[in-house]
Design a protein around this ligand. Structure first.
Ligand SMILES: [Zn+2]
Length: 279
């Protein structure tokens, strides 16, 4: 029997088809549903996202988000067991979180404008609104990409860099709070004339603060778990994560200005050429 199989017998191994606990079994078939499994392979980590083909993407996504937010230490401990973990799966989870967050941040930003403008104003400012929307989406996409990938892992968690990269991807989970927050932001604009909107707006701001603090705290817990919560790595992650957010904001604004400048130059060139052709 291989090392992987010995380790697999010691750890919980669940059937990929029905979820039956296969711990201690020496055969290669699940006694519950009859599905085959490889007793020599390491068991798959108990992360809902890794069971998405069985339980569905929506359920797997939200179960993983809540597992990371509510039990980050337990989640980190699970990845430290002799289990199968792939960066591709973790990165796919991170991308889904970031795309949903970027789209909802854009809707949260221009939604209130769309709701408050009269149909006439909307028609007159449609091009401007489209540019503002694209700008918001570009900013959010670049910002989230940097925030969820650019922590200097080799410095913060030198003990196990491949696992640290995976942990950083799952640590993106708190950004999954942005879609419900954007919905709250749009609702605030709907009830614009009422006192109720103040309450909604306060909830929205409070939610944003909680989200940022969670992203920071969970990032620290997940990444420094690699070094067994060594004081040095906790402090390094604690300082570097907010610095990364600040750097991401600066880089996103710079990118936005650069794209804006390039588009302006291109547009003036096109109008110049078109003007020349028409005369
Ligand atoms: Zn089974």
């Amino acid at each position: 029997m291989t090392d992987a199989a010995t380790q697999g017998l010691a750890a919980d191994r669940f059937c990929e088809s029905c979820g039956y606990n296969l711990r201690g079994l020496t055969g290669d078939r699940c006694p519950e549903c009859g599905s085959e499994f490889d007793p020599d392979a390491l068991p798959i980590a108990q992360i809902p996202w890794l069971r998405r083909s069985r339980i569905g993407v929506w359920k797997a996504y939200w179960q993983t988000v809540f597992a990371v937010i509510l039990h980050p230490i337990q989640f980190a401990r699970e990845t430290g067991k002799p289990v199968q973990l792939k960066l591709e799966d973790a990165d796919r989870f991170r991308k889904v979180v970031c795309r949903a967050a970027a789209v909802s941040a854009t809707i949260g930003f221009i939604g209130p404008l769309l709701l408050r403008f009269s149909p006439q104003t909307l028609l007159e400012t449609s091009v401007g609104l489209l540019i503002v929307g694209l700008g918001a989406w570009t900013f959010a996409s670049i910002f989230l990409r940097i925030c969820t990938t650019s922590l200097p892992i080799t410095f913060v968690a030198p003990a196990d860099i491949p696992r640290a990269r995976i942990m950083l991807c799952y640590a993106a989970a708190p950004w999954a709070m942005l879609p419900p927050l954007a919905f709250l932001g749009v609702c605030t604009a709907c009830f614009g004339a009422w006192d109720f909107s103040r309450l909604l707006f306060s909830c929205f701001v409070l939610g944003l603060i909680v989200q940022l603090v969670l992203a920071w705290g969970i990032g620290v817990v997940m990444v420094s778990s690699i070094s067994g919560y060594r004081t040095g790595s906790v402090v390094e992650a604690g300082v570097l994560i907010p610095l990364t957010y600040f750097g991401a904001a600066v880089a996103s604004i710079a990118a936005l200005f650069a794209i804006g400048a390039i588009l302006t130059i291109l547009l003036s060139m096109i109008t110049g050429v078109l003007g020349g052709l028409l005369h």
